[in-house]
Design a protein around this ligand. Structure first.
Ligand code: ATP
Ligand code: MG
Length: 353
């Protein structure tokens, strides 16, 4: 391998705009409030200043062993939800992960550079593996490596994800540095996690854990829930002892979570929320939280219904996104295959003399 090729940073995105990549699994009944506030809302906001790639992580969804028909339908409806939440396919590439086989290919390559102990330390694996009724699978164990492949494939400068994914991003950075050190500069090392305090939304019934679309239940606010369902769920949210609306995550996890939700949904600092409800009861406070969430989701529901009335158009969006993403993915993989020493399929091995 020539020195000049080793040093060439040409795989990186053109410097004009940073490149951003993020994904979401087409699992659960719909996307939930945490997905919107912790991730998709930020995606929608950065589409002008960054070159964005957003994908539906259908390969990652397989760790839940979904029903095949359901996964297919959910992948398309997830595309509609993303668009309804503000992702714009005219500005961003929106695609299904499985449409680009390079993701699974790169995951294998990176897996061969990942320590077993290193992967074993991933807390999501430990948590999800422990709670899975059928036991942890190799797929679940491999999940962070596939996620690293998703990110590094696009030479992303930054990865807007929720706080729950911070550890996986650290692994991704380590793997990029390791690959570059061993094989020469190939991957952009993405920036570290930068999150805003409070962006992690907790389950309304069990505020000790994050809201999650695969767990679902009465403590999950779906972006497609009807207003009266949202109101009921917020009204039934577990609260804490005492009557004060005070932000204290340890002593009052339920109320603090609702305060975070109201703050994020209405764009009001938590301190202001606390001041506004000083002396008010939990009832008035919960009504305000419910109103803010209903208002936040109303346009999403309306736009979703419009988009779902034209599935052909959604498929065209995904095909167009895959074509745009595929150009970058194939450029990266051609370099990776070369650097790690895979024989190109077009080369004929000379017969022995
Ligand atoms: P699943 O239960 O299928 O893992 P999930 O709700 O955790 O679903 P993901 O598809 O894993 O959703 O993640 C999509 C994005 O949403 C990620 O960037 C993740 O960090 C973010 N996210 C998920 N849940 C929350 C939450 N409760 N608060 C903030 N961000 C979240
Ligand atoms: Mg998750």
């Amino acid at each position: 391998m020539s020195e000049s090729r080793l040093e060439s940073p040409s795989l990186a995105a053109p410097a004009a705009r940073p490149r951003v990549l993020s994904g979401i699994r087409p699992t659960g009944a719909a996307f939930q409030l945490g997905n919107y506030l912790g991730a998709v809302r930020h995606w929608a906001a950065m589409q002008d200043e960054a070159e964005c790639f957003f994908f539906l992580a259908d390969l990652h969804a397989l760790t839940e062993v979904p029903d095949p028909e359901r996964l297919r339908a959910r992948t398309r409806s997830s595309a509609a939800e993303l668009l309804a939440m503000g992702v714009d396919p005219a500005r961003s590439a929106v695609f299904a992960q499985s449409h680009l086989p390079q993701h699974a290919e790169l995951a294998w390559v990176l897996g061969c550079l990942t320590g077993f102990g290193e992967a074993s330390r991933m807390t999501q694996f430990k948590e999800k593996g422990a709670s899975s009724s059928s036991g942890a699978t190799v797929g679940l164990f491999y999940y962070p490596v596939l996620q690293a492949a998703d990110i590094l494939m696009y030479q992303a400068d930054s990865v807007p994800i929720g706080e729950d994914q911070r550890q996986h991003l650290e692994l991704t950075r380590d793997l990029a540095q390791r690959f570059n050190a061993r094989y020469g500069q190939t991957f952009v090392v993405p920036g570290p996690y930068v999150g805003k305090a409070g962006a992690r939304i907790k389950d309304l019934q069990e505020p000790g854990r994050k809201m999650s679309k695969t767990i679902g239940g009465a403590g999950t606010l779906w972006v497609l829930d009807e207003p009266k369902v949202l109101m009921k769920k917020v009204r039934s949210a577990v609260t804490d002892t005492g009557r004060e609306v005070v932000f204290d995550v340890d002593a009052k996890p339920g109320i603090s979570n609702l305060m975070t939700i109201l703050s994020e949904a209405s764009g009001t600092p938590v301190d202001d929320v606390q001041q506004r409800f000083a002396g008010a009861g939990y009832g008035d406070f919960k009504a305000a939280v419910a109103d803010a969430v209903v208002e936040l989701f109303a346009p999403v529901r309306a736009r979703y219904a419009e988009l779902m009335s034209d599935p052909g158009e959604l498929d065209r969006v995904l095909a167009d996104g895959a074509a745009r993403a595929g150009e970058v993915a194939e450029t990266t993989m051609a370099a990776v295959r070369d650097r790690i020493g895979l024989l190109p399929p077009s080369v004929r091995v000379p017969a022995p003399l």
